[in-house]
Design a protein around this ligand. Structure first.
Ligand code: ATP
Ligand code: ZN
Length: 213
């Protein structure tokens, strides 16, 4: 039986381009035309699944995909049983707490008893616990930055890139709670054949990276 490795990558978003380039630079050819949900490589035993990033850890835990690429933020937040195969160095971002610009901030203790809106309840909960702070975590799935101005929460915890979104919503960043980059995750019980395909990919990635340095 010739095994084919199933690789899950984000369909469209901030991980997509670098994820696809990673495999292309390894010499793995495939067609990722617009709207495609699946593609088979023409020169390597691999098949690509194009998915929402949030769904990737679950597919990898279940073995529907053998490996996948997600942000560490999504990997830690979803808390699935997968192997951490390799950190990839792209899609770097940070998860921060922000409060209204008009308010003063001395330390994390000031969040005691406050409500914080976030799409990352697990990571935020860990941070608060580590700091001995009890706050109400208000989980929302998007447009987190608007929460304070509409009275939904005192503070927010969200991905910050430039800070422009915070600024335009009258917020300021006060705590960085998590730093993230892309990570390759893997199904923990791969067959020896599939593991050897993963090893070939890792070997090629190392060669590409060495050639760049
Ligand atoms: P999907 O539709 O697949 O659910 P999404 O909107 O959840 O997409 P993106 O905004 O494309 O996700 O972000 C994907 C991942 O890229 C994030 O989980 C994070 O790890 C990383 N990321 C987020 N913002 C940035 C940024 N400004 N710069 C670099 N990486 C980022
Ligand atoms: Zn997502």
């Amino acid at each position: 039986m010739n095994e084919v490795l199933r690789i899950a990558v984000q369909k469209s978003g901030r991980l997509s381009e670098d994820s696809l380039n990673l495999f292309k630079e390894c010499g793995i050819k495939f067609d990722n035309g617009a709207g495609k949900l699946k593609a088979t490589s023409s020169n390597f035993p691999a098949e690509f699944l194009f998915l929402r990033d949030d769904d990737i850890p679950g597919y990898v835990e279940d073995g529907v995909a053998d490996i996948g690429i997600v942000g560490q933020n999504v990997h830690v937040e979803t808390s699935k049983h997968v192997n951490e195969v390799k950190l990839l160095g792209f899609s770097k971002c940070r998860l921060s707490i922000a409060i209204p610009r008009s308010e003063t901030y001395g330390s994390v203790k000031e969040l005691e008893g406050k409500s914080i809106a976030t799409s990352y309840p697990v990571i935020l909960g860990n941070f608060l616990k580590d700091n001995g702070v009890t706050a109400h975590i208000h989980e929302i799935s998007g447009s987190v930055e608007i929460a304070p101005s509409i009275g939904l929460a005192h503070a927010v915890c969200d991905i910050v890139s430039s800070g422009g979104t915070l600024l335009s919503n009258g917020l300021k960043e006060v705590e960085v709670i998590f730093r993230s980059e892309a990570i390759m995750i893997g199904y923990p019980n791969l067959s020896p054949e599939k593991q050897s395909i993963v090893n070939q990919i890792l070997f090629r990635i190392d060669s590409v990276q060495r050639a760049k340095n």
